[in-house]
Design a protein. Structure first.
Length: 214
């Protein structure tokens, strides 16, 4: 059973039609239809709540060439281990304890991992992998801890901006703020400015304040 979160028409959650996604899905369908055992495969589209499917699954498979957490975060939160390629952020969620990692494009390795998962299904080892996947998702993806990390990062950015203005602002000279320390402030402020410009915003103001994120 192959489950797709996109509606049959290919629209995303905002109602925009993704023509490229529709074309690619149809190419995969045609290709897969010619493979042995194709009649035993069921394609399910337009699924908004994937939890019942993960509850019935023994393993999640992500064979992407480029990927962030994606479906792995959802599968892990549902206690399902993952067979995945070692790309992007995947290795932050998947390791030998929570699943299986393979090199991108290595179909043989994926097949071996699936064989291993099938041989060990419903065993204590399989359950331990599921528990470990869930624990890793709670540790890395919990909204409460993530909001605290965001607030801490914003505070650090503001402190950096204020320090740079105090140390290297026009016509300013602070005792002890010379040499390596001044260069470090300048470098960090440059990093902040480049980050904000990439986001289409101006650099942070020295007087910026940070309130709590809910």
């Amino acid at each position: 059973m192959l489950v797709d979160g996109a509606p049959e028409g290919g629209e995303d959650v905002a109602g925009r039609r993704n023509e490229a996604a529709v074309r690619y899905r149809e190419r995969v369908r045609v290709w897969a239809g010619a493979l042995p055992g194709a009649a035993a495969v069921r394609w399910v589209h337009g699924v908004r709540d994937v939890r019942p499917y993960y509850a019935a699954a023994d393993v999640n498979v992500v064979s992407s060439w480029v990927e962030d957490y994606g479906a792995i975060g959802v599968a892990s939160a549902c206690g399902v281990p993952t067979v995945a390629t070692r790309v992007g952020a995947i290795s932050e969620l998947v390791d030998d304890e929570t699943g299986w990692l393979v090199a991108p494009g290595d179909a043989v390795a994926v097949a071996e991992c699936l064989t291993d998962a099938a041989a060990g299904r419903r065993t204590p080892a399989a359950r331990d992998r599921g528990f470990a996947a869930r624990a890793r998702a709670e540790k890395l993806l919990d909204r409460r801890s993530l909001s605290q990390d965001v607030v801490a990062a914003l505070h650090e950015a503001v402190r950096g901006a204020r320090s740079w203005h105090a140390c290297s602002g026009p016509g300013r000279s602070v005792p002890g703020c010379t040499g390596d320390r001044k260069n470090e402030f300048t470098r960090r402020w440059g990093d902040y400015c480049r980050t904000f410009r990439r986001c289409g915003q101006g650099p942070p103001a020295a007087s910026a304040t940070v309130s709590s994120v809910k």
